[in-house]
Write a protein that binds this ligand. Sequence first.
Ligand code: HH2
Length: 266
Amino acid sequence: MNVRIAGVLNVTPDSFSDGGRDASAAAAIARGLTLWAEGADWVDVGGESTRPGAAPVPEEEELRRVLPVIEGLVAARAPVSIDTQKLGVARAALAAGARLVNDVGGLRAAGMAEAAAEFGAGVVIMHMRGDPQTMQRDTRYDDVVDEVRAGLERGLARALAAGVKEIWLDPGLGFGKDTEGNLTLLRRLPELLDLGFPLYVGASRKRFIGELTGRSEPAARRFGSVGAALAAVAGGASAVRVHDVAATRDALTVFLAARPPRVGAA
Ligand code: HH2
């Protein structure tokens, strides 16, 4: 299957989507290995919740959460990405063997792109308006796709200048976007393909899926999340970031085998 799946592993006591279930390192490593066995191409390890309104976590605490987990996963040969906005955390994770920096800050932190290049790692550049504490205060856009594109272009320029070889672009669903903004981004995702880099989309268990399906409990948004992953891939995404790896993998396998070829595609 040529669509990649990043399995979400939140090592946080306050994450919205799995309620901090993975808070102890051993449990988190076991959960990460399960995601990998279920068909994740890599495990996305994060130690700071980015849900709307979440308080920032000090660097030492974030490191304390994620490093033992990354070390355990790398020792078991599971491919790992580090979900962080902090240069110090990214560097430590890369030194421990992470292969990809997933930065919801879009490489805003000085030195982030250079660190990825230095370690020969890839980057996921995500668009976010403001930061998690403020991002849902204003979710109006003149044109959400244009603004996301402009933000991604800024991150892309940093990555290219630093010499990063593997670059993914992510519209940042839910990061300063309301339900209509998220749906507009999914419907118009093909427009972002013009940027010339593969698209990575994280819709899994997000609030807009709860709004569409009437499911307030994040874990109950699994089927809606699979629907969003299929929509993202139909729109041209090459990677999806999901909590429910087995369900997404099966759905994508069938979807990719059965979908009609794109009009005009080679
Ligand atoms: N979404 C979340 C976290 N990291 N990274 C990328 N590239 N794209 C996303 O859409 C994205 C992301 C938020 O989801 P989750 O990890 O489930 O929650 P929390 O941040 O509360 O841990």
